[in-house]
Design a protein around this ligand. Structure first.
Ligand SMILES: Nc1nc2c(ncn2[C@@H]2O[C@@H]3COP(=O)(O)O[C@H]4[C@@H](O)[C@H](n5cnc6c(=O)[nH]c(N)nc65)O[C@@H]4COP(=O)(O)O[C@H]3[C@H]2O)c(=O)[nH]1
Length: 715
């Protein structure tokens, strides 16, 4: 029969006082006596009921009757002391009869804090109750606080134990007072190995030779500032080094200590190192890349400027790589570059640097060079190594290499200067006929400069439409009938006047500007052909020169098709002139290109026939229409039986293969007569006319009277 005195039991602003007595009149008397106190009164009429109440509510004090039927007060007290919830709840025993000394002692030993004998002084009892409740209240509060404290301690300990960063607490004397497990792990030891040890003994960088008091850690601590070191290195207990980022902050002043947090940077630094190495490495060959080579050369120059040593830069370009790459595919090309890289590396000394700085361009830095001739020996060795027969994927092919050499300090004092000089020398080596090396010389510089200027003006000329085509007529030797014209390119330079193609075509080729101009030549030639057609009929032919670079371009046939369509021309009216060397660049590609040209229906002529490979074997493989005899043979044939033999052989060859033969550079009637006697089909040359502007070409007669030569010249 526990009677609630207050409905607000959930949040007891007041403490609960439980009175236990088996006699109802006693309970009522107690209730009357205690009900106005600063507590909540609960009453229980048996031991069992009291225990129930104790389990349901937080009771601050129990007034417990000793003698009760069934469960007496001692038993209730014993059970309360056995339960953690009520173990410390204070009990005052109340008894109506005079107790023996033993009974009182028994009461105390069963957990009573006091013993009240009836009759009692009610005000004394109220004081006792009041002070015991206060005591219990304080005890509970203390218990809650210590629980909170324990939770907070456990929380902090778990944060420190589980933090991935190393944490140290360092006393103001520089000794480690606390280390978390992560820090111990980072330093290859146990927490116990760190505590009590000087912090500085674990620091390689920043090192403090002058001791703790002079260290930045201590000086910052004194200023109550945080000290951060991004690139610190700690010594581990096993003698290793650990890159870390540190921050050390003072703890609140009374603690006279600082907290140091260490971030393991080994992964980040490794990644950084890896990235740095990637930035200077050529992914394909594992050699240095352009940037890496620049750095290597830069540091070599900085070093030798002081020591007066000599270094050489070698610039190596592979000859024929493009052809292999285009015909065998990029995988084979990549394999080849890797192989060449390995070969080159094998023939340099370990401290020389080697780089791939472009597609098939390698550079080597020969350090600590005795004489410039040593660089030449290395260049020879490199060329020899590369220029062997290679076999990749079962295909045999030969490569070549051209090398330019620039020595420091003669050929340049800066990284850029040396590389530029070596590049120029390499270019000269290529011009000299491949598989060669060249030292840079100041004259090369002059040539290169004028080349640069020429290149620049060519670019301008293309943009400003400074090119024109002139047309040189071709006549059938037997009938005097006009066969057609060869279109020849002229550069109308604003200052220098008309410039012949031999001067600028090679440069257009090298710079690939020929592709831009080539398109224009096709367009302009086809446009003019459409006009010529009106004048000279459907059968006339216009020959267009196609340079080796143009001939290698995959879009050649499409470009031609486009201009033919644009002007409604018959393909057989257009002839493509290709030199022998252009055809021999890449036989497979040549065959494919010729097949497509044939399918398109344009004529194909070999220009300057007899000057190049003149391999009769290829004539069988290539489907051609026309052979053009080089004008050198024509100009010499009357004086040189050997040249005459060459010319008549070419004419015979053409006849047997069913090809037209055109003699170029015919300048005299004697040459014409000789050619007619030897059954050459067609001629062109100054005897009739040089290349003339389109307007003049229109006036060329369709039928020639050989006795009325030469024709008027309009160039
Ligand atoms: N001494 C002498 N020379 C004669 C005589 N008849 C013709 N010539 C010259 O011989 C060259 C014939 O052109 P090519 O063999 O195709 O040789 C051409 C051709 O390979 C190239 N070329 C000319 N025009 C073009 C073009 O539009 N595109 C390309 N890719 N190359 C061109 O430049 C080369 C030189 O062209 P040009 O200077 O115009 O020189 C022309 C022409 O002016 C003669 O009786 N005596």
């Amino acid at each position: 029969m526990a009677q609630a005195q207050s409905k607000n039991a959930a949040v007891p602003a007041k403490q609960v006082l439980l009175v236990v007595d088996d006699r109802i009149e006693n309970l009522e008397a107690m209730q009357a006596l205690l009900e106005d106190g600063d507590w909540l009164l609960r009453c229980a009429s048996s031991g069992e009921e009291a225990l129930r109440c104790l389990l349901e509510e937080d009771v601050g004090l129990v007034l417990l009757d000793v003698q009760m039927p069934g469960m007496d007060g001692f038993e209730v007290a014993r059970l309360m002391r056995g339960n953690p919830r009520t173990r410390l709840t204070p009990i005052i025993f109340v008894s109506a009869i005079a107790q023996t000394h033993d009974a009182v002692l028994r009461g105390y030993s069963s957990g009573a804090v006091d013993f009240v004998l009836k009759p009692f002084d009610s005000s004394v009892l109220r004081h006792k109750i009041q002070s015991l409740l206060e005591h219990e209240h304080n005890r509970c509060e203390l218990q809650t606080l210590s629980q909170q404290l324990e939770r907070a301690r456990a929380f902090n300990a778990s944060v420190l134990a589980n933090a991935a960063e190393g944490i140290l607490v360092v006393g103001e004397d520089g000794r480690i007072q606390f280390a978390n497990p992560a820090m111990a792990q980072m330093l290859d030891g146990e927490v116990g190995d760190l505590e009590g040890v000087d912090l500085l003994s674990f620091l390689k960088n920043p090192a403090s030779e002058d001791g703790w008091q002079q260290s930045e850690f201590y000086l910052h601590f004194k200023r109550e500032a945080t000290y951060r070191v991004h690139e610190a290195i700690m010594r581990t207990l096993k003698g290793g080094c650990l890159p870390v980022a540190l921050s050390c902050s003072p703890l609140p002043r009374p603690q006279r200590a600082m907290v140091l947090i260490a971030l393991d940077m080994s992964v980040v630094r490794n990644l950084h190192a890896q990235l740095e190495s990637q930035a200077v490495t050529d992914a394909l060959t594992g050699l240095l890349n352009r940037r890496g080579f620049h750095q290597a050369l830069e540091s070599a120059l900085a070093r030798i400027e002081r020591s007066g040593q000599r270094v050489a830069v070698l610039y190596l370009d592979l000859d024929g790589f493009k052809r292999i790459n285009d015909s065998l595919g990029h995988d084979v090309g990549d394999q080849l570059l890797r192989r060449v890289g390995e070969q080159l590396k094998a023939c340099l000394r370990p401290y020389d640097s080697l780089a791939r700085i472009g597609g098939d361009e390698f550079t080597a830095l020969l350090d600590n060079l005795g004489h410039p001739e040593d660089a030449a020996k290395v260049a020879e060795k490199l060329i020899e190594l590369v220029s062997v027969r290679h076999n990749l994927d079962g295909v045999d092919f030969t490569l070549g290499a051209s090398v330019g050499i620039a020595c420091f300090p003669e050929c340049g004092q800066s990284v850029e200067g040396l590389l530029r000089s070596a590049d120029m020398a390499m270019y000269e080596a290529k011009r000299a006929g491949r598989q060669q090396y060249r030292f840079f010389s100041p004259e090369m510089n002059g040539r290169a400069r004028s080349r640069l200027m020429l290149e620049e003006s060519l670019r301008h000329a293309i943009e400003n439409d400074d090119f024109v085509l002139v047309y040189q007529p071709q006549f059938h030797l037997d009938s005097g009938r006009l066969r057609g014209f060869e279109a020849l390119l002229r550069w109308q330079h604003r200052v220098a006047g008309t410039v012949a193609p031999n001067v600028f075509i090679p440069l257009l080729e090298e710079t690939r500007l020929i592709n831009r101009l080539g398109e224009w030549i096709f367009r302009e030639g086809a446009r003019q052909l459409a006009e010529f057609k009106q004048q000279f009929g459907e059968d006339m032919v216009l020959s267009l020169n196609v340079s080796p670079v143009q001939f290698g371009m995959p879009q050649l046939v499409t470009d031609l098709q486009r201009v033919l369509d644009a002007h409604g021309l018959k393909p057989s009216q257009l002839e493509v002139e290709v030199t022998e060397s252009a055809l021999m660049q890449d036989l497979e590609l040549t065959q494919a290109q010729l097949r497509q040209l044939r399918e398109l229906g344009v004529k194909i002529a070999i220009d300057d026939f007899g000057t190049g490979y003149s391999s009769l074997a290829y004539l069988r493989h290539f489907e051609l229409d026309t052979l053009k005899i080089d004008r050198l043979f024509v100009s010499n044939m009357l004086d040189s039986p050997r040249d005459a033999a060459v010319v008549s052989t070419i004419i015979d060859l053409g006849r047997h293969l069913g090809l037209e033969v055109i003699a170029e550079g015919v300048e005299t009637q004697e040459q014409r007569e000789w050619l007619t006697r030897h059954h050459c089909n067609i001629m062109q040359g100054f005897l009739v006319a040089p290349g003339v502007p389109a307007g003049t070409a229109m006036q060329v007669p369709a039928q020639l009277d050989w006795s009325k030569l030469p024709l008027p010249r309009g160039e």
